[in-house]
Design a protein around this ligand. Structure first.
Ligand code: ARG
Length: 282
């Protein structure tokens, strides 16, 4: 395990005022103070694990900005901006890009439609990229050119799992470096994942089975509480404690599964990973 740096956005303006995924219901009341409290316990969990947190200021009128993972993707210190599908979230893209530019990152505004780490997940040397709902395959090619890395396209087919990070947890290799095989798990240098196969097209299921034959396969019960929307540093995996079977599967493999309740943020269709944008390699 190595320590990570994450970018987060305090949910001061969190609410559900529009519906752009099946989890959102604008007639259900939300509790912003509770969202902030749960977000703080997520942040404190990362701090206790020794990780570094950076913050982007929340903007009034952008309630989904708490899902910072969607704001961009950073690999090797190179920032690929987000270009959101729905107009309600479109102003978030430039706000995140500005944050990075102000801090001296090499930033690239996207031409193609993509929602950052919601659909673009780094696993060791390779990048897995989702499509089907929010991110276009042309964005996968754009990202591959930008980072000069292999980008593997995976088609999502179930609207409940509209972003790749709702169907896969990257267990090892989120920092984009070759994974140390120096553990009890016998992980390959190419990293490891947990995923819910049925969220993917048959072709994507084949690709995943070939790339990660020893992956943890999650049950539907764990997937529908967004148990796969978790954050791992290679040893500790932070996820929804309601994904009890997945927690047991991870423990069995030698990971430390840490449950953090983010139920209020689930009302917007996100969990721990959605709130966490990894800043890699600068
Ligand atoms: N309400 C947000 C949307 O539908 C939730 C985004 C969740 N983020 C994620 N990384 N999956 O866009």
């Amino acid at each position: 395990m190595t320590t990570r740096t994450y970018l987060m956005c305090r949910p001061e303006h969190f609410t559900v005022s529009y519906e752009i995924n099946p989890w959102m219901n604008k007639h259900n009341p939300t509790d912003t103070a509770l969202a902030v409290k749960q977000w703080e316990s997520l942040r404190d969990t990362y701090l206790d694990l020794g990780h570094t947190i950076e913050y982007i200021d929340p903007i009034e009128g952008l309630p989904d900005m708490v899902y910072a993972a969607n704001g961009a993707t950073v690999v090797d210190g190179i920032v690929y901006g987000a270009r959101f599908t729905y107009p309600e979230r479109q102003p978030e893209g430039p706000a995140f890009l500005q944050w990075f530019a102000d801090r001296g990152y090499e930033v690239h505004d996207a031409v193609e439609r993509n929602e950052g780490e919601g659909d673009i997940l780094t696993v060791g040397p390779r990048v897995l990229a989702g499509t089907g709902f929010r991110t276009s395959v042309t964005a996968h090619a754009e990202a591959a050119r930008l980072w000069n890395r292999e980008v593997v396209t995976l088609e999502l087919v179930d609207p409940r799992f509209y972003h790749l990070d709702t169907a896969i947890i990257v267990l090892e290799g989120t920092d984009g470096k070759p994974v140390s095989t120096d553990n009890q798990r016998g992980t390959s240098p190419e990293g490891q994942i947990a995923y819910y196969p049925e969220a993917f097209s048959p072709a994507a299921q084949e690709v995943l089975a070939e790339l990660y034959p020893d992956a943890v396969r999650a049950s539907e019960a764990d997937a529908v509480v967004l148990g796969l929307n978790g954050v791992s540093d290679g040893q500790h995996v932070v996820l929804n404690p309601r994904a009890t079977r997945l927690m047991a599967q991870l423990t069995e493999r030698g990971y430390d599964a840490i449950g953090v309740d983010t139920s209020e943020l689930l009302l917007g269709g996100g969990g721990a990973k959605c709130c966490t944008l990894e800043l890699r390699g600068r």
